[in-house]
Design a protein around this ligand. Structure first.
Ligand SMILES: [Zn+2]
Length: 347
């Protein structure tokens, strides 16, 4: 195990400690998890959307009059960016980055004591919605604070859990049972205390977990111009997964962010895998309509999954350090904000 740096804050009590710093934004607790844990939200700035006359589906049904749902045509419109961390409880690298982002906005320095004026200046120009830990139940299933220096076995054991016979649930096999609670011995960090994986709920007409309901409420109300679900992807190079079911327009917006993150990552000497756009809905086995696709259909704007490297040892390369994982998220945040501000001619 490597030493965990001071800025590496991943626990629910560390979320709460950081939220106590918030003075420039507004902290709310809009939901409680299945296990009774608080789910917090921080909002910086305010939505500048005018009142709507229709929901997204109806507005698009009016021959594409999206402005009936979310009119962003005013020159005073401020873009909204939504960041959501710890969707899977063992993938808390994004939570670290979000808590440091809050610290930066509030105090000018991150938990390392370092400035990032570029990020702060961009963040202050948008309407920013942060949910640092949307799955606190899943986080509570992980009895340590970092996967850096741990093994792939540890990741599988604690994140996806074990079956009744003690064998690893694994990925993607853990998705064969939903909710998984009654089939497992160790309930992994993927799941809330009801055994629900937020990425794959019964989005159309089913009863949703409170975390997922919150994500949809944010998307529906604010029509975020860009939404990111922050995940960990074992030792893969950091990468962005676009929604499989989305308009071409939204996919091209994702591509613009991928391009910018790739270019900046190269400049900073950190890896990023640019996967391009997928046309996988035409596959004989169609991809799942997962949470990011559902978010897109709430608001017609792009939502992505970001997969971080997790620094595992005795596993495939690359094995990132805490600092490299942190830097890759800061690049993601800076470039996402920059692309959205440019989209509305704000910079
Ligand atoms: Zn994940």
């Amino acid at each position: 195990m490597s030493n965990i740096p001071v800025y590496w804050k991943t626990r629910l009590d560390e979320v709460e400690e950081t939220l106590k710093l918030v003075k420039k934004g507004v902290v709310t607790q809009p939901a409680v998890s299945a296990g009774g844990r608080p789910i917090y939200m921080v909002e910086y700035g305010k939505s500048t959307l005018p009142p709507r006359t229709a929901n997204c589906s109806s507005a698009l049904g009016a021959c594409g009059k999206i402005e009936c749902y979310a009119d962003k045509s005013s020159p005073d419109y401020i873009p909204t960016v939504f960041l959501c961390g710890c969707v899977h409880g063992g993938e808390f690298e994004g939570t670290v980055a979000m808590l440091n982002l809050i610290k930066l906005i509030e105090t000018g320095t991150d938990y390392r004591g370092e400035r990032n004026d570029e990020l702060v200046e961009l963040a202050e120009k948008v309407h920013l919605i942060l949910v640092p830990m949307v799955n606190p139940d899943g986080r509570s299933h992980i009895p340590f604070d970092s996967f850096v220096g741990r093994t792939f076995y540890d990741l599988r054991y604690y994140n996806q859990g074990t079956w009744k016979d003690g064998s690893l649930c694994g990925w993607p096999e853990c998705k064969m049972f939903h909710p998984i609670k009654d089939y497992v011995d160790y309930l992994g960090g993927y799941f809330n205390d009801d055994g629900v994986n937020m990425m794959h709920e019964d989005f159309i007409g089913g009863k949703l977990s409170t975390g997922t309901q919150l994500v949809f409420d944010i998307c529906r109300e604010h029509a975020p111009d860009f939404s990111i679900l922050l995940h960990g992807g074992d030792n893969s190079y950091p990468h962005i997964l676009p929604p499989d079911y989305a308009s071409k327009k939204a996919k091209l917006e994702v591509l613009a962010v991928m391009d910018a993150v790739k270019e900046r990552s190269e400049k900073e000497g950190i890896g990023f895998s640019h996967l391009g756009l997928r046309e996988s809905e035409n596959n004989p086995k169609p991809p799942s309509f997962n949470l990011i696709s559902a978010m897109h259909h709430c608001c017609s704007e792009p939502a992505i999954t970001y997969e971080s490297n997790q620094g595992l040892i005795e596993h495939r390369e690359p094995c990132y350090t805490h600092d490299q994982i942190y830097l890759s998220h800061m690049i993601l945040f800076v470039e996402t904000l920059r692309v959205q501000l440019k989209r509305y001619n704000k910079i």
